[in-house]
Design a protein around this ligand. Structure first.
Ligand SMILES: CC(=O)N[C@H]1[C@@H](OP(=O)(O)OP(=O)(O)OC[C@H]2O[C@@H](n3ccc(=O)[nH]c3=O)[C@H](O)[C@@H]2O)O[C@H](CO)[C@@H](O)[C@@H]1O
Ligand SMILES: C=C(OP(=O)(O)O)C(=O)O
Length: 423
């Protein structure tokens, strides 16, 4: 299994380009199932999760052509099965996003239950309840969601928790339903908005994406479209924290600062300077390498967008391990998203966990060690800690990073970090 070896202690300087968002590209690839015409996508990141989704869509009968490094063309005119098998779904939770489109276009779907994952239980009851309210007959049998309907009917659906994938599944289903669907307490994440924009280009009638009430008026058929995936705000946020921690001056290109308001606020609170224009963000900081204690501790609490994103929690935990005082990090979305804590402790971090809150006392320095992580953002946070740790850190199980960070070592290397992948 591949490992990353990082020699800490180098301030980051230079510029890199931010990739398309994994969490937008995955649902948008599933939107390709909604039409028999071509969906041409640009800015699709080359990631392990994208390969997994391609395999699942190809298994269903979608023809996918790679037309450039980041361009894919999907043709779902020849779907020959409505089944997403366990082996394909278990490795990636976003596979559940084929459920809504298959049911809406073909009236049938058989999708393995995704089950829990390292960060928590991650139920899909709200996806199922919403589709039932639209008239689908759904049974869970042998670990599979079996769904059938003659024609989905528009409905008023209230989701009692904010779920990003739930909102996306129901929005795609409603695009081809008969009548109007109103999704209440919908997720407002930028990735939901990007999916809605792609569906609108395909002929869907959707209003309110980005607010908590989304209204979708079903149409008989969707058509061909071209769409570029929105930038990855979490990838960008991760490099911004890296720059703040190590010091130096880093410019991110192909990024939208308006998607990162809360992250930018928190970085400024930590003492970093953040400037931006319409397509780039610059982070400048003294960092902790020259002078420990120059970063201020910043407390965070994760919550649905536009509040602080759960996908940036681990990275800010890393920042707080070398900041000047005490911060609390509270996770309200997932019950088990603190797996980086034990590994950061191996690097010398001072963190105590009480329920869903971690109390992080900043240390003067971290020390390199061998660590591993069991999920994507936890792995990213260990990379950040390693960049400021004294000596060498070995990060194991980096397949998690390959799920979500395009060319991580190359990008960090471009900024001057000493990072090497060992096969
Ligand atoms: C609101 C929020 O921060 N969403 C994040 C969540 O999205 P996503 O919406 O995909 O995550 P989930 O759907 O798994 O869960 C969000 C919350 O809703 C609950 N839930 C969800 C669906 C359901 O049918 N029933 C149910 O109870 C979950 O237990 C969890 O507490 O994880 C993604 C990957 O880390 C992030 O990119 C998203 O930003
Ligand atoms: C946890 C994440 O992804 P997934 O929902 O695919 O597990 C993530 O993007 O941080």
């Amino acid at each position: 299994m591949d490992k990353l070896v990082i020699q800490g202690g180098v301030p980051l300087n230079g510029e890199i380009s931010i990739s398309g968002a994994k969490n937008a590209a995955l649902p948008i690839l599933c939107a390709g199932l909604l039409t028999a015409e071509k969906l041409n996508l640009g800015n699709v990141p080359q990631l392990h999760d994208i390969t997994t989704m391609r395999k699942l869509l190809e298994h269903l009968g979608v023809r996918i052509e790679q037309q450039g490094d980041n361009q894919l063309s999907l043709d779902a005119s020849g779907i020959h099965t409505w089944e997403a098998p366990y082996d394909m779904v278990k490795t990636m939770r976003a596979s559940i996003l084929v459920l809504g489109p298959l049911l809406a276009r073909f009236g049938h779907a058989r999708v393995s239950l995704p089950g829990g994952c390292a960060i928590g239980s991650r139920p899909v009851d709200l996806h199922i309840k919403g589709l039932q309210e639209m008239g689908a007959e759904i049974h869970i049998e042998h670990g599979y969601i079996e769904a059938k309907v003659d024609k989905l009917q528009g409905a008023r659906i209230f989701m009692d928790m904010v779920t990003v994938t739930g909102t996306e599944n129901l929005m795609m289903a409603a695009a081809l339903a008969e009548g109007t669907t109103i999704l209440e307490n919908a997720a407002k994440e930028p990735e939901v908005v990007d999916l809605a924009e792609c569906l609108i280009k395909m002929g869907a009638s959707i209003e309110g994406a980005g607010t908590d009430v989304i209204t979708i008026t079903g149409v008989a058929k969707l058509h061909a479209a071209d769409h570029d995936v929105v930038c990855d705000r979490i990838e960008a946020g991760t490099y911004m924290v890296a720059a703040a921690m190590t010091g130096g001056e880093v410019r991110l290109n192909n990024v939208r600062a308006d998607l990162l308001d809360v992250v930018i606020d928190k970085l400024r609170e930590s003492g970093a300077t953040v400037e931006h224009d319409s397509h780039s963000i610059m982070v400048r900081s003294q960092g902790v390498l020259q002078q420990p204690g120059t970063l201020k501790s910043v407390s965070i609490r994760t919550a649905p967008h536009p509040a602080f994103p759960t996908d940036m929690q681990a990275q800010f935990m890393a920042l707080n391990t070398v900041a000047d005082a005490v911060a609390t990090v509270t996770e309200t979305i997932f019950e088990n998203r603190f797996m980086h804590v034990q590994e950061m402790q191996r690097l010398g971090a001072n963190i105590e966990v009480e329920g869903n809150t971690a109390i992080v006392r900043g240390s003067e320095f971290l020390e390199g060690a061998t660590v591993m992580a069991t999920d994507l953002r936890a792995s990213a946070s260990l990379v950040l800690a390693a960049l400021v740790a004294r000596g060498e850190t070995v990060i194991e199980r980096i397949y998690h990073l390959d799920r979500g960070y395009e060319q991580l070592e190359a990008k960090l290397g471009q900024l001057g970090a000493r990072v090497q992948r060992i096969k």
